[in-house]
Design a protein around this ligand. Structure first.
Ligand code: G6P
Length: 614
């Protein structure tokens, strides 16, 4: 999704910082990029569709760019208009004085555009962003004394979402940033500031940041920053330290971020559990929930809301909360929940699951839930993100930055947090100490068990040779492993572009069985659980139609070899924790399939890491 970088400082560093920043944001997904700097009384811009490297090449060959001390840059993920040079950001107004980068969507852009055309403005792009910069230009050239005044005036007229950074040729020593619905962070260095939509573009320069809140504006000069609201009321924003390190966002010897993140899961889960399990008193300590613990225990209904992979961790959560805490639980796609006028009764808790904490639909869902009086919680990875801030309370995943577009370690950490919450509530409601002890022991063994599963990575890669040309796959699972079948299919689709469908195994016979032909790969999660025999029955149904069975089974299960073409073993653990193990081979399978098919694993086509528009 779109990314923003802005820089102002001494010397002539702007171009280098902006381009490096854009590279750090590449993982978010984009289809064009651009940079604009101020130097020698003029704005100088380079934009191009395609990779940041193209803009970098152009910019580095331009002496004006290399001499600049301030500028703005952007990676665009097309919403209004094709990903071509003209539609790329930065955009400028008709006078050529003002340049702007924008994340988000200006919803009333058509009305504003009409107004501006009547005032004599001409437009070159199809974007909503150009409307915004022209509007700022209109105010700037008609009565406003400063850039920030013009920005404020324009933003009063706008409906929609934005994170923007604006610069003006008449006020070269200044960047104006504003946000509503799209994240913006200001890195505070020594006599320099880096503004970005994501901390990964900042940490190379400074760990000290200010998170702008919705409806806030920052005026940044070389040596100072002041922030105020859209109503021009000054605000003081605390400088906080970000924990992310450069090492964390580098590939660390792995060929792809996704593979690194798959292999990081034992560690990320350990970190996620660290300090939260007290085996002496058989308690779970989730600091972020302390203030709402009493309300949480009284909850009569949970609604878990999320998008994409996070919604499948929510489905696992449904099993966990109902099974371990006996709380009726529903899961709903955030995009549906937000427009459905959901029924929220007293004692309903709505939990948003999100890696980025910025997904537009999830954020809107949580706002809707708050509006209706629910207790809202966030299970979020990105510290200080909007969902983390706007929920009543929450639990961070502490999974570390997830760079690969396809979510892996955030997914398993989301399940770990749900498990901790469900156990905590279960224990306070009815669960016996021995039962709690059994689960806690098993949960703490999970990181080492994942390490065991990861050892089969090469075996999974070799096994794939036989199926790599197949364009249709099925994934079957029951109970706790039904959401894992959905996640396995999603992973394969999103990074290898192979069509795959995930199903509750018994549903196959109600339609999808018609797809099965000779050699069609069908991944069956057939671990030891009460429905094991039923899954074997489903496997036989596939075999009868000559499908190829790739089974995920529990170590020691020799019987399954008789009906499966391939078996991938996972260690034994309670059924409620199995998703944490069974998803690992499916992540590896998708990864190796994507590599074998020559796909761009970390940046799959058409996808974005963080979808901050509807
Ligand atoms: C995008 C990503 C997915 C992710 C989903 C939700 O579609 O490509 O990998 O699961 O957004 O993102 P979130 O940050 O809210 O977990």
């Amino acid at each position: 999704m779109c990314g923003i970088v802005g820089y102002i400082g001494g010397g002539a560093k702007a171009c280098e910082v902006l381009v490096e920043g854009l590279k750090r944001l590449e993982y978010r997904g984009y289809d064009s990029a651009g940079v604009c700097v101020y130097h020698d009384g003029q704005l100088h811009t380079h934009k191009a569709p395609g990779r940041v490297a193209i803009v970098e090449q152009q910019a580095m060959a331009d002496p004006q760019m290399l001499a600049a001390g301030a500028g703005i840059a952007h990676t665009r993920w097309a919403t209004h208009g094709q990903p071509n040079e003209v539609n790329s950001h930065p955009h400028s107004d008709n006078s050529g004085k003002i340049s702007l980068v924008h994340n988000g969507i200006i919803e009333n852009y058509a009305t504003l555009k009409q107004f501006l055309i009547e005032r004599g403005h001409t437009f070159v792009s199809e974007t909503d962003t150009e409307v915004l910069v022209q509007l700022i230009g209109e105010f700037y050239n008609n009565g406003c004394d400063t850039l920030e005044e013009a920005v404020l005036a324009a933003l009063q007229e706008v409906s929609g979402t934005y994170g923007i950074v604006v610069m003006c040729v008449d006020e070269p020593d200044k960047l104006v940033a504003a946000r509503k619905g799209s994240p913006l962070i200001v890195g505070v260095g020594k006599d320099e500031y880096v503004v970005a939509s994501d901390a990964s573009a900042i940490i190379e320069h400074t760990a000290n940041v200010v998170y702008l809140h919705d409806n806030e504006v920052a005026v940044i000069t070389r040596g100072s920053m002041r922030t105020f609201t859209l109503d021009n009321v000054p605000v003081t924003n605390e400088i906080v330290e970000v924990e992310m390190t450069l090492g964390q966002i580098a590939k660390g010897g792995y060929e792809h971020f996704m593979l690194k993140e798959i292999f990081e899961q034992p560690e990320s889960i350990r970190t996620c559990m660290s300090g939260r399990i007290d085996t002496r008193d058989m308690r779970i300590n989730l600091g972020g929930l302390q203030d709402v613990e009493r309300d949480l225990v009284k909850t009569r209904k949970m609604i878990l809301t999320a998008c994409g992979t996070a919604s499948y961790s929510g489905l696992v959560g449904e099993y966990l909360f109902e099974d371990l805490a006996r709380i009726p639980t529903e899961v709903e796609y955030a995009s549906e929940f937000r427009y459905r006028n959901p029924i929220i009764e007293t004692d309903t808790t709505v939990i948003a699951l999100s890696q980025s904490g910025e997904t537009a639909d999830t954020l809107a869902a949580i706002r809707e839930a708050r509006e209706k009086g629910a207790l809202t919680l966030g299970i979020v990875n990105a510290v200080g993100s909007t969902i983390a801030r706007e929920t009543d309370a929450g639990v961070y995943l502490h999974a570390g930055p997830e760079i690969g577009v396809a979510s892996t370690k955030a997914f398993t950490c989301q399940i770990v947090v749900e498990t901790l919450m469900a156990l905590n509530l279960g224990r306070r409601r009815f669960m016996s100490v021995p039962m709690m002890a059994k689960y806690l022991e098993a949960l703490q063994a999970i990181p080492d068990q994942i390490t065991e599963v990861l050892k089969q990575s090469e075996m999974i890669k070799d096994m794939l040779d036989k199926y790599i040309e197949r364009n249709n796959w099925l994934f079957l699972g029951r109970g706790y492993n039904f959401p894992i079948a959905l996640e396995g299919a999603l992973k394969l689709k999103e990074i290898s572009y192979i069509h795959a469908e995930g199903l509750p195994a018994a549903e196959m016979k109600h339609g999808p069985i018609a797809l099965i032909n000779e050699g069609m790969p069908v991944v069956c999660i057939a671990t030891q659980c009460p429905t094991y025999e039923k899954v074997i029955g489903n496997i036989e149904e596939v075999r009868a139609r000559k499908g190829a069975i790739i089974a995920i089974a529990t170590e020691g299960d020799e019987q399954i070899r008789q009906c499966a073409d391939h078996v991938i073993y996972v260690p034994e653990c309670p059924e409620a924790l199995q998703p944490l193990l069974t998803v690992i081979p499916l992540q590896l399978l998708a990864y190796h399939a994507a590599v074998a098919r020559g796909c761009n694993v970390d940046k799959p086509r058409n996808l974005a890491k963080s979808v901050t528009v509807e």
